[in-house]
Write a protein that binds this ligand. Structure first.
Ligand SMILES: [Zn+2]
Length: 437
């Protein structure tokens, strides 16, 4: 990982390498100067500076760049660019000591759910600028990463999707969009123990905040358990401040196990995971306050018990999906434009791929199977359900075209009937399948 320049003597200095307006240094060819960085804020400033209206995407970017002056920011990275070429900024704190968990916030995949961006920025500003008495004890126990604004183009347009109109929170399997690819890259780089996906929702009566834990059944049980502990903690924290019944857990839906959704996808990949969202029925400042409050609750909880969250991540990393008796096999056609990305994802995660033995039509059909592991003979090339899956077999049998509008890769789109998914299939492992010379 590329680290910021290590600055000797003291953390209270920073070197400005651009935009220097001070007097020239001793050396004409050295444009840098040293200034004292003052940690000037407290947590009260975060609550006092909540905006009344949403900040524009360009202002969020400019404000976030300013945080790079703080010596506490380990990395301020343009980790990628949106469809319209706007920088996607990742702010990281802490020294990435592998013995402490990393907590990672992702704000506003949906551009028309803006409060999470303002709260993510305020959180980043707080950690960049607040007094050491408030921040140092936290960063001794966690690393922190904040993806301040995933979808700046959607924020500009007030749209849910990105500039292509794609719902980024249904893109985590296919990774068709630049923002989706960057979220994957950020996750792999950060290797978080805890991941929080920040949204907003319409609001239901007195409920002004929702929290959701991951639901994909292939999530490691320790990750699932820790996610529910964290979810409970956030619910209690919101209830204490806003009153009982102000917060609920996200209602289960048909697609709730979908691993193309952030909280499910990255839980399957080993991180304790939450989604939370404030209600747009509230005033904007209150929405930002709710999001910030919940974010602080998450941080406080992990700081209180860092080993628990670190252990969950490590258990998932070391044990993978062992113990799950459901597997998912996935066939695809080599001519499908999504195939390249699908294969890349699978190979990146160490899975074998192959072709259906004795069936030349493998290159022209596309369907999915969920079967008990025992149905597959040794030597079968299997893609475990954690990569593709979202349903148990009983649900698959009820599959019909009215469901799952999220899946353009699903059999219904290819004219295949769901019963085909129940056929037993033999595969030949061939990791070069579909390789284009
Ligand atoms: Zn959303």
């Amino acid at each position: 990982m590329k680290m910021k320049k290590i600055i000797p003597l003291s953390l209270i200095f920073f070197i400005a390498t651009t935009g220097c307006t001070g007097p020239g240094g001793f050396f004409d060819d050295d444009p840098s100067s040293e200034e004292v960085f003052v940690f000037d804020l407290t947590i009260d400033d975060m609550w006092n500076d909540i905006p009344v209206n949403q900040t524009s995407a360009s202002d969020v970017l400019n404000l976030t760049y300013e945080l790079g002056k703080s010596p506490r920011v380990t990395n301020l990275t343009e980790i990628g660019y949106s469809m319209n070429g706007q920088p996607l900024l990742l702010v990281e704190f802490g020294d990435y000591d592998p013995d402490v968990p990393t907590v990672y916030f992702v704000a506003a995949q949906h551009g028309n759910e803006p409060a999470s961006v303002d709260s993510a920025y305020l959180l980043a500003r707080h950690f960049a600028r607040a007094i050491p008495e408030e921040i140092d004890p936290i960063l001794e126990n966690i690393n922190l990463a904040i993806f301040v604004m995933v979808n700046p183009d959607g924020r500009d347009a007030g749209s849910r999707g990105n500039a292509n109109g794609t719902d980024l929170n249904r893109d985590h399997m296919k990774l068709l969009e630049p923002e989706g690819k960057i979220m994957q890259k950020a996750f792999q780089r950060i290797h978080p123990s805890v991941t929080v996906d920040m949204h907003e929702f319409g609001g239901v009566g007195s409920i002004i905040f929702q929290v959701a834990a991951p639901q994909n059944p292939t999530t490691h049980p320790d990750v699932l358990a820790a996610s529910y502990v964290l979810e409970t903690d956030v619910i209690e924290s919101i209830n204490e401040e806003w009153g009982f019944g102000s917060v609920t857990n996200y209602p289960p839906t048909t697609s709730s196990q979908d691993s193309s959704i952030h909280r499910n996808h990255f839980a399957v990949h080993g991180s304790v995971s939450l989604l939370f969202e404030s209600a747009v029925s509230e005033e904007y400042s209150e929405r930002v306050r709710l999001q910030s409050w919940a974010a602080i609750a998450v941080i406080d909880e992990v700081v209180d018990d860092p080993e628990y969250y670190l252990d969950a991540r490590q258990s998932s990393d070391s044990e993978g999906q062992e113990g799950n008796d459901i597997v998912h096999a996935y066939l695809f056609e080599c001519s499908d434009p999504a195939t390249t990305e699908t294969l890349r994802i699978l190979k990146d995660h160490g899975f074998n791929v192959g072709y259906k033995s004795g069936d030349e039509s493998v290159t022209s059909i596309h369907y999915e199977t969920f079967l008990p592991r025992t149905s597959f003979p040794n030597g079968t090339a299997l893609v475990p359900m954690d990569q593709i899956g979202w349903r148990m077999i009983t649900e698959l049998m009820e599959y019909n075209s009215a469901k799952d509008q999220h899946y353009s890769n699903s059999p219904k789109d290819r004219g295949h009937d769901s019963w085909r998914a129940l056929e037993s299939v033999n595969y030949v492992i061939d990791n070069d399948v579909c390789k284009i010379e």
